[in-house]
Design a protein around this ligand. Structure first.
Ligand SMILES: [Zn+2]
Length: 350
């Protein structure tokens, strides 16, 4: 069910890796500078496709039960390896591997990258009863199926990705500066003026949109199968706002104000610390798409079911942020009302 897939799309938000940790993703290879980059005054969304990353995320999607495995010999080995990594290391592993592989365009680059990283479970002091698969094992499993993937699967993926790119170029990207300026100004962000790599893929595990922090800056990945029409515009803008948020951690933005006020004593952070600012990103991204691209656009938080999944945050944020956008509340009033209006469910047993 498409909605089943869609409803989880934005839930993953940011998987952060502190700079300097072992196993940090490789920097994104530099791309040729585009014209006028030096005079840009707003952040720029750079759409990218990467067959190797697409293969990797198809394997991950199949391992998560979110895509069918193509009839390729050895694909089951890659899927089993991905499942093992998930079992052993969970999301932290994928923050490392997905972000790292986004910067690798072929097996050789991926091998070089995997040779320089290790997962927590690979560390010598993590005594395991049996060796656990890591990035190197996954890369070899991917290498074994890559030729068949490129021959049998990639051409159709490429067509789908070209269609998605063509849509975005006539909608979100055609009004990129206006969209970024609208959203950042509402969120109290001084645009950090960054290039935001947005990798489009045909299949990804849930959530179908995610942003990773890497040494080279944030990297966004968006599953185009999970979004159609202006929902794709909102998904790409939403992930781009995560990237801009990562690049503005030192600024007194609305998102940072909310986190500071919801962090409490730091001993027992409220779930709202993550959910309230994230819901603001949802609401603002949808509002910007409506204002700049299509007045008929419906919040993806509604059509994808996200607001239902985070009811306390949605109830605290949606009416208040709508009031702020309409000019009936000041920013300070809006922030205070969202913090005061957030009533998390009582923890189990209390
Ligand atoms: Zn998000």
């Amino acid at each position: 069910m498409r909605h089943q897939i869609i409803m989880t799309v934005f839930a993953g938000a940011i998987m952060a890796l502190a700079p300097g940790q072992p196993g940090e993703p490789a920097p994104i290879p530099s791309k040729p500078a585009e014209p006028a980059e030096s005079v840009r005054s707003v952040s720029h969304l750079a759409l990218r496709t990467n067959p190797f990353l697409s293969l990797h995320l198809l394997v991950r999607a199949a391992a998560a039960g979110n895509a069918e495995a193509p009839p390729i010999e050895g694909f089951d080995v890659a899927v089993a390896t991905a499942r093992k990594i998930s079992e052993n290391s969970g999301d932290r592993a994928w923050a490392l591997i997905d972000g790292g592989l986004a910067g690798c365009t072929d097996v050789e680059q991926a091998r070089a990258w995997a040779g320089a990283v290790r997962l927590a479970a690979d560390r010598p002091n993590a005594r395991q009863a049996e060796p656990t698969p890591g990035p190197k094992d996954l890369i070899e499993a991917l290498a074994a199926v890559e030729p068949a993937f490129l021959e049998k699967v990639w051409p159709a993926h490429q067509q789908t990705l070209n269609a998605a790119s063509a849509h975005l170029r006539t909608s979100l990207l055609a009004k990129e500066a206006e969209c970024v300026a609208d959203a950042t100004s509402k969120l109290g962000i001084t645009d950090p003026v960054i290039e935001i790599p947005v990798y489009l893929v045909v299949h990804a595990p849930p959530p179908g949109g995610i942003t990773y922090r890497t040494r080279g800056g944030a990297v966004c990945i968006v599953d185009v199968s999970a979004h159609r029409g202006t929902a794709l515009d909102e998904a790409v803008l939403h992930e781009s706002l995560h990237a801009i948020d990562v690049a503005s951690t030192e600024q007194p933005t609305v998102l940072n104000d909310l986190r500071a006020r919801l962090r409490g004593d730091g001993l027992r952070p409220s779930p709202g610390w993550r959910e309230v600012p994230h819901t603001v990103i949802f609401v603002q991204a949808a509002a910007t798409i409506r204002r700049v691209i299509d007045p008929q656009h419906q919040d993806y938080g509604i059509t994808g079911g996200y607001y239902d999944r985070v009811k306390p945050a949605a109830e605290a944020v949606r009416p208040v942020w709508a009031g702020y956008i309409a000019g009936t509340l000041t920013r300070d009033e809006a922030v205070s009302r969202m913090v005061d209006g957030y009533h998390p469910p009582a923890p189990p047993g209390e």
